[in-house]
Design a protein around this ligand. Structure first.
Ligand SMILES: [Zn+2]
Ligand SMILES: [Zn+2]
Length: 244
């Protein structure tokens, strides 16, 4: 059974037991012994949470309630709002890397729970009919890495929020360099036209939560958003585990 199917089955059952048996409790950021909370104490101190007061649109910190956001909202064209519970610098990025390269299920669960909390109120109210989709990897990269971290996070977020899941809606039709790769001159050009929508028939009028592990410049999300809107999606929300 694949990792994803195993996790999905356990999350649907609401049981954390099996996961804890597979992976005894450890810190999902450094792999050392866990502390009082989910992370060990040094990693907990190094975790940058994005907390209130936040901008309604981009989720960035405002300093004071009602202050004007200095975030770059052009990166969110087509998205109703974006949320990310953690900054990528510090422990947030370390947890993402343990998920991506160490296939750490506790890391996935830690991130997904925090992500679900970000949209919990919306998902119970105006977003209750939304479905969760993920930024896809190219099939070759997925085979190499043996894990599609965004698909796993989307699955867990759907289970945590009770929203529907729409696996494999988007596909990456050509390979792109990682957006942080020094060879990337233009992040927008790197991902331009890279994504297509499968099964467009369910898209018209849909509200979709687009899930990814990291938000960097926003070009990847913009490009996915463009493809989803062209297929008829009405409202899009961007939910990432971290923001660079
Ligand atoms: Zn740690
Ligand atoms: Zn903002």
């Amino acid at each position: 059974m694949s990792l994803l199917l195993l996790v999905r089955r356990e999350m649907r059952r609401g049981s954390a037991l099996l996961l804890d048996q597979i992976a005894p409790r450890h810190c999902p950021a450094c792999g050392g012994p866990a502390g009082v909370g989910a992370l060990c104490d040094p990693c907990a101190q190094d975790l940058e949470r994005r907390v209130a007061p936040q901008c309604d649109r981009c989720g960035g910190p405002l300093g004071l309630p009602g202050a004007r956001c200095r975030g770059e909202h052009r990166e969110l064209a087509g998205f109703a709002f974006a949320r990310a519970p953690f900054a990528y610098r510090g422990s947030g990025g370390a947890v993402v890397r343990r998920l991506k390269f160490g296939h750490d299920l506790l890391a996935a669960r830690f991130l997904a729970r925090a992500m679900a909390r970000e949209i919990a109120a919306w998902a119970r109210g105006p977003g209750r009919r939304a479905r969760v989709v993920s930024v896809p990897l190219h099939p070759r990269k997925r085979r190499q890495r043996r894990i599609d971290q965004a698909a796993l996070l989307a699955d867990l977020v759907a289970a945590e929020t009770g929203l529907g899941l729409w696996p494999g809606l988007l596909c990456r039709q050509r390979e792109t360099l990682p957006q942080a790769d020094p060879r990337v001159v233009s992040r927008a050009a790197n991902v331009a036209g890279a994504f297509t929508v499968r099964r467009r028939s369910g898209c018209p009028g849909a509200t979709l939560v687009l899930v990814d592990d990291v938000r960097t410049s926003g070009s990847t999300a913009l490009e996915c958003g463009r493809a989803l809107r062209a297929a008829g999606a009405r409202q899009l929300v961007l939910l990432t585990a971290t923001q660079a």
